[in-house]
Design a protein around this ligand. Structure first.
Ligand SMILES: C[S@@+](CC[C@H](N)C(=O)[O-])C[C@H]1O[C@@H](n2cnc3c(N)ncnc32)[C@H](O)[C@@H]1O
Length: 383
């Protein structure tokens, strides 16, 4: 079953290198979960992000064939609800492992241990000469993950219970720091614990909750510089880096289920993005929404949300208006601005982070934007 699972991830383009393929072939995902929650069309007793769920217990010694099939499919598995935890979607995990450019012997810090699946995959790549520290802020998660990792032969991974925002100075400096949880900000503690020639890979929220482009950042004096390297969507981090979400998952969900006031055909730019999506050109399909997230704080999945005016959203091949008509014209204007800038690809943006108290910059130029976060100021410029 693992072979088929790995083949599918290769066919989808998530697994590219021999080393990531080998890691996915060796780590047994089913030995790292004891239960998970699945959507239940008959209305399960649990709820998460607007879906009704049912808990399914899983015994790795006597595996239920259907559940085993689910575990070796390209699905994120929700393992806890309140607060949430999961094992992330394998496609995304593979994509991130490729982006991490791991080598044997590296020292790696992961923020968001979850089931430990990503940490075990990293261990397979960096080998016994490498070192892995993975942090989760939930005590029950850490207890279970540590026990299951040890039982699967990964007892040498350090599983730490703490707020990942602190990093873990004891095992620093790290060649790589990776967060597998959505972060509304970066932590400068990570920068301090990173080797000068290392980098971090962070799903950094831009726009609504769950819109988490992957940023690759390295140290450059007192700041961090880098670029966008992909798209992602994660559950949000708790603790010091958490923010009060302006457009949380629950709101996005309720917007999607509302009756629209008006419907329109898609703007060409949005239709083009959808076409990229159909061809599985994910980075290309993400470029417009990333632009909107950078330049307009009303960005919501595929459209705009305004506390006073309502929302305009993309659904299938239609634009659905749930409020003031001016939102339609605002979105149209954003499409035109995107085209005028030459439809920037995600790799065209340059990123710079300074501690927020270093003072926000005012950009005079037309091709740069400043995003003020809880602890940092991010400058996003077009190359
Ligand atoms: C999507 S899951 C991680 C998936 C995991 N890497 C895997 O492959 O199984 C996100 C995890 O981040 C954890 N988390 C949330 N806030 C955190 C924080 N401040 N520090 C460390 N972990 C945190 C959650 O408890 C959850 O287990």
């Amino acid at each position: 079953m693992i072979r088929q699972y790995v083949r599918e991830l290769k066919e989808k383009g998530a697994i590219k290198s021999r080393q990531v393929e080998r890691a996915f072939s060796r780590v047994e995902r089913h030995k790292l979960v004891e239960w998970f929650y699945l959507p239940d069309s008959e209305g399960g007793p649990y709820e998460y992000a607007g879906a009704r769920l049912r808990r399914r217990d899983f015994d790795a010694q006597d595996p239920d064939p259907e559940l085993l099939k689910t575990i070796y499919s390209d699905c994120a598995l929700l393992t806890r609800i309140d607060p949430p935890s999961s094992t992330s979607q394998p496609f995304l995990v593979a994509q991130m492992l490729e982006l991490l450019e791991l080598e044997e012997g590296m020292n790696v810090l992961e923020i968001g241990a979850g089931t430990g699946y990503t940490a075990a995959l990293i261990r397979e790549i960096v080998g016994r000469k490498g070192r892995i520290t993975t942090i989760d802020n939930q005590e029950a998660v850490v207890e279970q993950t540590w026990r299951l990792l040890r039982g699967s032969g990964y007892g040498d991974i350090d599983v730490i219970c703490a707020d990942g925002a602190q990093g873990f100075a004891e095992n620093a400096p790290y060649d790589r720091i990776v967060a597998t949880v959505g972060c509304p900000d970066i932590s400068f503690r990570w920068a301090e614990q990173l080797r000068t020639d290392g980098f971090m890979l962070i799903p950094l929220q831009h726009g609504p909750e769950g819109l988490d482009p992957l940023v690759r950042l390295q140290r450059d004096g007192g700041k961090l510089i880098g670029r966008f390297v992909g798209g992602s969507g994660f559950m949000s981090i708790q603790g010091e880096l958490a923010i009060e979400q302006r457009i949380p998952f629950a709101l996005q969900d309720s917007l999607r289920n509302k009756e629209p006031k008006e419907e329109y055909p898609l703007f060409d730019v949005i239709a083009e993005m959808q076409e990229f999506g159909r061809k599985q050109q994910w980075d290309e399909s993400f470029s417009f929404i990333l632009f909107v997230a950078i330049v307009d704080d009303r960005c919501v999945m595929g459209g705009l949300y305004d506390e006073e005016k309502g929302a305009i959203l993309v659904k299938g091949d239609r634009l659905l208006l749930h409020g003031d008509e001016s939102l339609y014209w605002d979105l149209k204007l954003l499409c035109e601005r995107f085209e005028k800038l030459g439809k920037p690809a995600i790799s065209d943006w340059q990123l710079e982070f300074l501690p927020r108290d270093a003072g926000a910059q005012i950009l005079e130029e037309e091709r740069g934007w400043v995003i003020v976060r809880k602890f940092s100021t991010e400058t996003v410029r077009l190359a």
